[in-house]
Ligand binder design. Sequence first.
Ligand code: ASP
Length: 591
Amino acid sequence: MYRDTYVGNLDAEAAGTTVTIAGWAARIRDQGGVAFVDLRDASGLVQVVIAPDEVPELVDVARSLKREYCLKIIGDVRARPPGTENLDLPTGAVEVAARTVEVLSTAQPLPFQLDDSIETDEQVRLQYRYLDLRRDRMSRNLKARSRAVAAIHNNLDAAGFMEVETPTLIKSTPEGARDVLVPSRHRQGHFYALPQSPQLFKQLLMVAGVDRYYQIARCYRDEDFRADRQIEFTQLDLEGSFWGQDEVLATIESVVSDAVAAVRGEGLSLPLSQMTYAEAIDRFGSDKPDLRFGMEIADLSDVFAASEFNAFASVVEGGGVVRAINIGESESSRSHLDGIIERAKELGAKGLVWMVVEQDGTIRSPVAKFLESGEMDAIRQALSGELGDVLLLVADEHRRASHVLGQLRLDHGRPDGHDDLSFLWVTDFPVFEVADDGGLAPAHHPFTAPRSVEELRDSPETAVAKAYDLVVNGVELGSGSVRIHDPAVQQEVFDILGIAPEEAHQRFGWFLEALRYGTPPHAGFAFGIDRLVSVLQNEPNIREVMPFPKTQTGFDPLTSSPSPVTEDQLAELGIELRPDAEESLEAHPAG
Ligand code: ASP
């Protein structure tokens, strides 16, 4: 027997008992021949005293111990001498006086200190992830994730959902990213794609009569490495038939609230607030507004339409807007404000005008000379400007001005509470957005139902979709929509997207065919498990809550993956490397 209790159970009440415990030597202090070992197991940490003057057989082992040795210890639990209790440690009232210490396995000198307070290079942490995961912070993250996932399973099981697996070697599903491809050996020159999501399979399950589906699904998107994304990640994926938006939202709210309760101890107050996409852009310049602070965008177009400040007046005359935020009392030195102007330009603004509210209610600004006192009053009022406040104004078309101010709002706004969770539904997204090439692309994915088919036909650019996102603290947690269940409408969407009938047939013919067999109306949603847990654990990125993540460039330093394969393996797949791939192999021979 390796143990009869976890160290985390050893509190004052356990004093007087003899226990067998097993774990790792997290810290070792030698005090005049007596070794104090913090023994860590999955439940926590306890102090073990190895005192050769009390137990002479321990003299050799006491000297031989090193950090992270794996030990089995039999000892007596006793109250710590008064004054030496450690209130920071749940087991800090007691210590274990060792009778025997057995080294189950030794450990090499560590590549880094497993101490939460010491910063270690992420590359090294990932290379030795099995050591990194021994740290308290990481083990708490893994536990939180497990509890959240268990709560999701329990909630959906109780609500009558069926868990169904869908394949991971599939024909490509369009979610807007690049596919991860897998070559076929049997059909050389043919490829599977890994699913960007189980989207089309879950819709097939609705056609199949599976009334309520869910799955904790691994998804793969080969995106350019930006911000906080991983090439593989996990979603809760869900779909229901004879359903509309309200039912999806209520289900997801209850699931998320249970997951939050499982991690944080308290669920959410439901229902969550909702805002349309148009309102979110208008008030916060973002389709995922962070509502932990105000700093709303105000419209000053009316004030400037009639003003002497021609640069702004002419923008309004040309159909544009003048919009502004009040970033509050802030540094107002020239160089700081010039920095904000530069930032606005980087964000796509043609320029930015700053204003500072002065003692007498007037405004200091490079454009102040063009403004009458009534106009200054109107500006101050619209932005609730008080002494020392810095106001930032942008004149442009509505979308761009809002976007730039939305970003500046995030640069300067500060959420109050560190732990706060601010959930929000954003609804009524557009069906399409304008792609880089000027054409239309799906704003969500091409299977999303429009609010009205007439609107879709008459003005696809502005048509509104039955699509909704869940946002938390300014981060998009997940998306979903009511789906198109009429094959003719689905075909129309492909037409608008410029997917010719033959191409639609080749890529999605199997799916369009399925829609022709009595498809029930259906709707669904998916949200990122990694993202939810990282927010709940206050972690700065999703890698911290993924057991074995890749670096931001998609590399796994632990296994050195991706890595080259043999000539024979390539030959079996009918693949020959192009010269640029050969060059890349030479540059990274080990993977
Ligand atoms: N498949 C979608 C996604 O991954 C979610 C959905 O529409 O259900 O974002």
